[in-house]
Design a protein around this ligand. Structure first.
Ligand SMILES: [Zn+2]
Length: 161
């Protein structure tokens, strides 16, 4: 999917100042200690899976979210980044700060279980639908210019048939 205009290219490359509204004035803060501590969860999108009943969960949980199980400290690491999913719910938000409005985000139900709230990427907001298949893509989430840090993370990329 292309950018659609030269102005978007300039905005994405930070070659032109871009007005993204008052919500875009919020300071992006990068916590290097959190990134270090939760490296696997952030960069690997590793959640947990209950060893007792097999329920996967995102983010990492100590207590199984399955109401029929409720096992405590019976979790093993479970990687979500290589799983496919379907859109459970979503919105396309013109008020959320974005250099490419609207910002589309929502909840994904993963094949094999688990649900996560994610930003969407590489999609046309007019074609997103509940139940649409998605795969995950590792992308830039935000630029923290004060600390010269680029924050990366996983986003949902709708699969167009
Ligand atoms: Zn369980």
């Amino acid at each position: 999917m292309g950018l659609g205009s030269y102005e978007k290219y300039l905005a994405f490359r930070k070659l032109m100042p871009c007005e993204i509204g008052i919500r875009g004035e919020e300071t992006i803060f990068t916590s290097f200690s959190i990134i270090s501590r939760e490296n696997r969860e952030i960069y690997g999108m590793v959640g947990t899976k209950c060893k007792k009943c097999g329920t996967p969960s995102w983010p990492v949980q100590r207590i199984c979210p399955n109401p029929d199980c409720g096992a405590v400290d019976q979790m093993e690491p479970y990687k979500f980044s290589d799983k496919l999913g379907d859109i459970f719910t979503y919105t396309s938000d013109f008020l959320a700060p974005s250099i490419d409005p609207p910002a589309s985000y929502g909840f994904i139900d993963f094949k094999g279980g688990g649900r996560a709230g994610l930003d969407f990427t590489d999609c046309d907001p007019n074609t997103i639908k509940v139940g649409m298949p998605v795969e995950l893509a590792f992308r830039i989430k935000a630029a923290d210019e004060k600390r010269a840090a680029i924050n990366y993370g996983w986003k949902a990329m709708p699969i167009v048939a």
